[in-house]
Design a binder for this molecule. Sequence first.
Ligand code: CMP
Length: 139
Amino acid sequence: MVERTLSIVKPDGVRKNVIGDVIGRFEKNGLKVLALKMRHLSKKEAEGFYAVHRQRPFFASLTEFMSGGPVVLMVLSGEDAIRKVRELMGATDPAKAAPGTIRKDLAGSIEENIVHGSDGPDTAAFEIPYFFNTLEIHG
Ligand code: CMP
């Protein structure tokens, strides 16, 4: 099924100059960029985005990190896009990520892990309109 998913190049990815590397891996694997923008999230915006994790011990530090520098937000589309993006990203913890994945190749820690991708259809349905309105999505 053709799906849409939200992906983010996190502040560590922007700092490490790997925006193009990350987007290139998505494009080379058949995903299409339907929307793209760079934003510096406020703490509140990061907290709203990760609201599902608010009880987790890492919530404060995660939202601090995510609002600590600009991010690149994108909507990707393709066959089985949600699973495909997650496969390309690799496990949340780069130490456990498979060889050749974005996180294995580029990430430094479980928190500063370069990239985000929606983890299911319900999450994508919340995350895409959190950052993009209909007129910004070209597909
Ligand atoms: P992401 O895929 O964006 O979803 C939630 C984020 O929380 C995750 O990537 C990591 O950046 C962060 N995260 C998940 N687990 C941990 C953890 N155990 N410690 C610190 N950060 C975490």
